[in-house]
Ligand binder design. Structure first.
Ligand SMILES: C[S@@+](CC[C@H](N)C(=O)[O-])C[C@H]1O[C@@H](n2cnc3c(N)ncnc32)[C@H](O)[C@@H]1O
Length: 185
C-alpha cells in the first residue's frame, strides 16, 4: 500500500532520513576530504585580528575556511583582502552564498582548493584553525612561501619547533611572525 506524500509518517520519515544523511555526510567528509569541521568562536577571531594587527593593507588567507568565521569579519570589519581556501564542497557552497549575499564581496575570494598545495606567496597574514598534523605539514610551506614579516595566527595548535611571538591564553591563539620583516608582533 502506497503512503501518501502528505502523510505525517512520510514527512517524519523524510525529515529523519535528511537528518541522518546530514550527520553521516559531515562525519564521512572528515574521511573523504581529511576535513573535520568546528567553527572558531568570535573571541578567537577577534584575538587573531588583534595579534596579527590586521588592517586594510593586508591580504589574509584563511586556510580551511569552513563557513568563513575569519573570512567575513576580516573583509567586512577590517577591510582586509581575503582569500578563503576550503576543500569540502558543502562549506565551499556556503562560503560562496555568504559572499554573494553580504557586503565587501570585492575583497573576498573563495577558492575550492587543497591548502597543502595552495600558493601562499601573496599572503601577509595566514589564519588557521586546523589540527596538529596539519600545522606540521604546513610548516615547510610557510618557510618556503611566506614573505619576511608575514604573520600566522593559529587557534589551538602550535607550529612544531617554532617559538610563538605572542600567545593569547584566553582565546587560545598563537601568533608567529616570519623573521626578517618590520611587521607587527
Ligand atoms: C576546524 S575547521 C575551521 C573552520 C574555520 N577556519 C573556522 O575557524 O571557523 C577546519 C576546516 O578546514 C577544512 N579543511 C580540512 N582539510 C583541508 C584541506 N586540505 N584544504 C582546505 N581545507 C581543508 C575543513 O573542511 C574545515 O572546514
Amino acid at each position: 500500500m502506497a503512503v501518501p506524500l502528505s502523510s505525517p509518517y512520510f514527512i517524519a520519515g523524510a525529515v529523519l532520513f535528511a537528518f541522518a544523511g546530514s550527520v553521516a555526510y559531515f562525519w564521512m567528509s572528515s574521511f573523504l576530504f581529511g576535513a573535520g569541521y568546528q567553527g572558531a568562536p568570535r573571541r578567537s577571531v577577534d584575538a587573531m585580528f588583534r595579534l596579527s594587527r590586521l588592517t586594510e593593507d593586508d591580504f589574509l588567507f584563511e586556510l580551511g575556511a569552513g563557513i568563513g568565521a575569519v573570512t567575513f569579519p576580516a573583509a567586512r570589519e577590517r577591510a582586509a583582502r581575503v582569500r578563503a581556501i576550503e576543500i569540502e564542497p558543502l562549506r565551499y557552497g556556503v562560503l560562496r552564498l555568504r559572499r554573494a549575499l553580504g557586503p565587501a564581496a570585492d575583497r573576498i575570494e573563495i577558492r575550492r582548493d587543497n591548502m597543502f598545495s595552495t600558493d601562499l606567496r601573496e599572503a601577509t597574514v595566514v589564519s588557521a584553525f586546523l589540527w596538529p598534523g596539519a600545522m606540521a605539514r604546513l610548516k615547510p610551506k610557510f618557510e618556503r612561501e611566506l614573505r619576511p614579516g608575514a604573520r600566522i595566527v593559529s587557534r589551538c595548535h602550535r607550529i612544531p619547533e617554532w617559538t610563538p611571538t605572542e600567545y593569547d591564553p584566553e582565546a587560545d591563539v598563537y601568533l608567529y611572525v616570519l623573521p626578517g620583516g618590520s611587521a607587527a608582533g
